[in-house]
Design a protein around this ligand. Structure first.
Ligand code: GDP
Length: 455
């Protein structure tokens, strides 16, 4: 890297919010060096990381910056942490969304602000129950961008990396020759889940067989798992846990409970999930449970009704009936595309990957704030949404505060969960505005900050 100083991103925050887990996520790919500065128990850790397009940055884990000093942290360590913060080009302030904003978080925010370095917030542990609430609380820390992430599951990390990428100067220590080098395709992690025997493995084989692409085995993200990677239409598709899908071991053939556990793991690792159901038997309660995990995790969803060749009746009417029964079983996923396939005859298999690409794209869709407010603004002002507690908070504006899945924040006179039917109404407005087929949408309500109020 020609000795040039790399763009430096410092992770700050009180101890135990998950800085090191996030740090490990950031440097996971193409790690070049990690060095512990010697002699300290909790200390600044640095590593070089690469962005998806090859530009490099340096990630710095400032360790346990604890302004409260609840635990005795050697002064030297604290000084280094502060030095690392003020020497950074960007600070990512990490907080624990499941715990909400605590006084030491505000302290850490103050320390970050005092450096004058641009700061964005990572609200970690959003996979936990109270996570999404804490995520909206994180806005209180007063920084312009908040990213909900789960360092443990990898959720939202790509988004955060994009935010970092947007700040790293072009050509910064690029590994690629010249700035006109083509951007490597973004990877789409694809999970194939469903009950034993619905034809997951056959479907995977049918899809890969059609592709005639060069397929390679790559180590999976979870321990001992193996994924399969191949290129399709300029994108890399990584099939999560291919070995597990193909293995006819205890888990697949064993109790259904185990297949649900396995599905959960695959879903956590993916961008898009294919939930495969048996077209002849119709969707079961377990299929619905698995699909609901996909939605909860904010992943893209494609419903595949396989073994269509075995369905007793065929034709338009039967297909419609099947779609209706899917909708009845999974009313929460009415926006998911439904494909009818036969892995045995190959029917419908060619539609699988195009649907996956479409859904992956919709999941990263971003609506410009202007358009968003043009569409939603009037509807929400004319009829303020009812909250779950029955009040009608006034909505000042709407912002898309995240993608993957698209997340919208209503900035209102008071925070609080929306009434279920109101959430539906807003979601429908959003879906009528842009193509969000196959992706869940999250809607948060945030109270206007005091600063905004006084403007
Ligand atoms: P998995 O447990 O979900 O991976 O299911 P498999 O792919 O092992 O398939 C289970 C059985 O169903 C196998 O005997 C397959 O040959 C068969 N099968 C899979 N897909 C189809 C299909 O579309 N039509 C028919 N008729 N049989 C299928």
């Amino acid at each position: 890297m020609s000795g040039e100083r790399p763009f430096t991103v410092a992770l700050a925050g009180r101890p135990n919010v998950g800085k090191s887990a996030l740090f490990n996520r950031l440097i996971r790919r193409r790690r070049s060096l990690v060095h512990d500065l010697p002699g300290m128990t909790r200390d600044v850790l640095e590593a070089d990381a690469a962005l998806p397009d090859g530009r490099r940055f340096r990630a710095v884990d400032t360790g346990g910056y604890d302004a409260e000093g609840a635990e005795p942290i050697p002064r030297e360590v604290r000084r280094r942490a502060l030095d690392a913060l003020s020497g950074a080009d960007l600070i990512v302030l990490v907080m624990d969304a499941s715990a909400g904003v605590l006084p030491p978080d505000r302290e850490a925010a103050r320390a970050a602000r005092a450096t004058g370095v641009e700061t964005i917030v990572a609200a970690n542990k959003i996979d936990r129950r109270a996570g999404s609430e804490g995520e909206s609380e994180a806005w209180e820390l007063g920084f312009p961008e908040v990213f909900g992430v789960s360092a443990e599951h990898g959720t939202g990390v790509e988004e955060l990396v994009e935010a970092i990428a947007a700040r790293v100067p072009a050509g910064a220590g690029s590994l690629l020759a010249g700035s006109d080098a083509p951007r490597p395709p973004r990877e789409i992690a694809l999970a194939v889940v469903g009950r034993p025997n619905v034809g997951k493995s056959s479907l995977v084989n049918a899809v890969l067989g059609r592709e005639r692409a060069i397929v390679s085995s790559v180590p999976g993200t979870t321990r001992d798992s193996v994924d399969t990677s191949f290129d399709h239409e300029g994108r890399t598709i990584r099939l999560v846990d291919t070995a597990g899908i193909r293995r006819k071991g205890r888990t697949e053939r064993g109790p259904e409970v185990l297949s649900v556990v396995q599905a959960r793991k695959r879903i956590a690792e993916c961008d898009v999930a294919l939930v495969v159901v048996d077209a002849a038997e119709g969707p079961s309660a377990q299929d619905a449970t698995v699909a609901s995990y996909v939605v909860e995790e904010g992943k893209g969803l494609v419903l595949v009704a396989n073994k269509w060749d075995l369905a007793g009746r065929k034709g338009e009417a039967a297909a419609k009936e099947l779609r209706t029964s899917l909708e009845e079983r999974m009313p929460f996923a009415a926006w998911a595309p439904v494909l009818l396939t036969s892995a045995a005859s190959g029917r419908g298999v060619s539609r699988v990957l195009p649907a996956v690409l479409r859904v992956a794209e919709n999941r990263r869709r971003r609506l410009p704030t202007g358009e968003l407010n043009r569409v939603l603004g009037r509807a929400l002002r004319d009829k303020p949404p009812r909250s779950a507690s029955g009040t009608r908070p006034k909505v000042f504006y709407v912002a898309q505060t995240g993608t993957a899945p698209p997340t919208f924040t209503l900035v209102a006179s008071r925070a609080g969960a929306l009434h279920f039917s109101e959430e539906r109404r807003i979601e429908n407005l959003l879906r009528a505005t842009a193509d969000f087929e196959g992706t869940p949408i999250r809607i948060l309500v945030k109270e206007r900050s005091r600063r905004e109020r006084s403007r």
